[in-house]
Design a protein around this ligand. Sequence first.
Ligand SMILES: C[S@@+](CC[C@H](N)C(=O)[O-])C[C@H]1O[C@@H](n2cnc3c(N)ncnc32)[C@H](O)[C@@H]1O
Length: 327
Amino acid sequence: MDLWTLSDLGTPWCVHVVATLRIADRILAGNTEIGPLAAAAGADRDSLHRVLRHLVSKGLFLEPAPGRFALNELARGLLGESGRLGLDLDSFGGRMAHAWGTLLSAVRTGKPAYHEAFGRGFWEDLEAHPEIAASFDALMGPAGHGVPDWRVLVDPADWESVRTVADVGGGTGSLLAEILRAWPDVRGTLVDLPRTVARSDEVFQAADVADRVTTVAQSFFDPLPGRNDLYILKNVLGDWPDREATAILRRCAEAARPSGRVVAFNGAGPGEEASPELLMMVLVGGRGRTLDEFRAMAREAGLEVTAVGRQASGRVIVECRPTGGVA
Ligand SMILES: C[S@@+](CC[C@H](N)C(=O)[O-])C[C@H]1O[C@@H](n2cnc3c(N)ncnc32)[C@H](O)[C@@H]1O
């Protein structure tokens, strides 16, 4: 590969544009000729034609006859709401795409520069734009990341001693719903920001577990609901720089004491490099951490890593117990 090919931004933008214009769904609906296709998408015929021909040359879509388009297997991945999640420039996909334009500032300063593109920091921006926040929550949920695996303990036998679970920064509750479905005697607490918690009711109703859930709309930087047997942090710590990630862990340690445990999905397993997590860097100033880095951070927060394992998908589970005193 040459440098020009490596640095070409055109193809990713074309993919985002056709996702936003719902081109795959329109082709499936019968708009295969470029004229009707562009009209249905509200796009300029010639410009869309050029974009699609570029994508065909890259292996996305087929052009079986000049000006006529068809889906191939890759293009079928763009069908429906879930296919577009994360790519639609009119929703959270647009935030992720444009945030890359702030990478240079992030590299120069060591801090996220998301506000340069959107006028506010990431979480404040979501707060100010409910429709963008809703598409972020959807991307985090089953439509984006798939149905979460409830097996979050290293030793499955330990579930026998779990009666209460708090999912901290648990989004709209899809993981907690799966856990409660699997364990009818367990009760759950969902902790997240008000706008997200407000969307959880339908998730718990659909899973038929709403009567065993308490929702708590609060920041995880404030004291957390106490004395749960298990505190879960999934896809949370990587969103934050070390100081804030340690503060979240410390809140879990305080709340879990004395006998509870904290389970974090940290990313890297023993001896593995942390992933570079560049998107986390530009969006929120977060990072991936090696297990040793995580261990040190947990210790500072008053937690000791007691077990490390993997889910069937390969995701690393790190289990911690509160130590004697919070540092
Ligand atoms: C990357 S998402 C992960 C959601 C969920 N745990 C999952 O794995 O799908 C991070 C979550 O942290 C929540 N969050 C961000 N800042 C927060 C804060 N200060 N207090 C509580 N939750 C917060 C967001 O609303 C979001 O649901």
